[in-house]
Design a protein around this ligand. Sequence first.
Ligand code: ZN
Length: 491
Amino acid sequence: MNPQLTSTNLRLYSNSIVNYQDVEYGLASSPLGPHLVVLAPRLTTLLEAFKGESSEFNDKTLLVGSQSAHNASALRAQLPWLQPIALGLNTSFGMGDRLGIATPGHVRAVRVVQGRIFPIFAQQSIREMTRTGRTPQQVMDDATWGVFEEGWRGDIGADADHLKTTDDIDACLVAGFTLFTIDPGGYVDNVSQSDSLSRLNEKEQRLPVHMQLKQTGLLGKTFNFEEIQIELDEPTLLKAMVKYGNAIAHVVTMVEHLQRVAKTHSFEVEISMDETELPTSPADHVYIASELQRLGVRWISFAPRFVGRFEKGVDYIGDVHAFEADLTIHAAIARQFGPYKLSLHSGSDKFSIYPVFMDQTHGLAHVKTAGTSYLEALRTIAATDQELIREIYSFAQERFETDRHSYLISAQINKAPETITITDWPGLLNQFDAREILHVTYGSVLTEKADGVKLRFYDRIMSILRSNRELYYCNLENHFRRHLTPFSLHI
Ligand code: ZN
């Protein structure tokens, strides 16, 4: 039966129309932006959950409402597939969206691998939220609207990324996130590798009592992982303990807090150690996993700091064979201690390692991407408004030396194309240095004000993307198909 909504004179996004329990829902475009429309039998109370204008249509009631937080929440309550869930051990892929309008493009890309790779559309670290001035609830709601617009009905997760404090947990829990990525990076001792044995002993004594050597029961233990043997002799164990002991204690505090406040809300936990200076050695991994287990933590994925360089928005830098060798051991450890997934952070554009990542983990894999969707937004702007992209690029070059600080990147300003020489602006988005420069300056670009009041770029960026939405979605779809294909081929 044809949905009755289509006989209204509303301009509906066709993929959004859905009939569920005798009520029709859809998203309609209007000069003021997309609007929620709901058509329901007259006597139903379901419409009371929404805010908007009601009118009679045939023998039904038609409600037209804004894309508000209130309506997003009501929509999630009525259409259960819009609610994020815990994705478990399924191969999963995170597509963070700093601008809040990329999800329809992500959905289109993921559609071809539906049922094999499970998407996370709402994914943002607290750092990204601070830089873009968004709240966890906005991140969640933007993803909800995008999923609804494209009519995606598969399982979805929602990743509250790089949480550092219990306040971070509380804010993300209320917003409905289901994957809590705990980042104890601030508690990692990055210099333990070069400490002397006596210095290590001293530091070990300063760990919380429940983290000290005697409690671990690990001294001298040998672990066998398939072909590989790892022995925790005194120097190896002490280095791992000093490096990660306080971090593990912090994870325990965070997870206990999460369990306490989550009550019936279902959730899963990722532990991320990827933002440390030195790679996580296999012995470190064994220590971390056994300690977390001893202390009663359950987790679904772990992000070690792998060997090589994982820079933002560009391919893996390093020896792919060395990465594979390192990964093989980490994957074996994850299978034996869990199984749990290995998580690849700064995971976008790492085309040269996706096949081995999928192979070696046997699909117990998660990948996180975020800024690469912002770069596709800039590619869209480059194709439609050269004045604006030129201005953004010049500003990004000015900001680069300051903004690069919290990132591991090797771009150099003098290697990036000079503005006056550029003729192919979309092509700029394929150049290594320019990509990194544009990538790390997103926060400055999105929040920069002209004359201290009006946002200098943000409104223009959003307006161009909104009026060229099909092009933006198409760029995202192409870009993410390239990411997802290697994972779907290896299942
Ligand atoms: Zn990370």
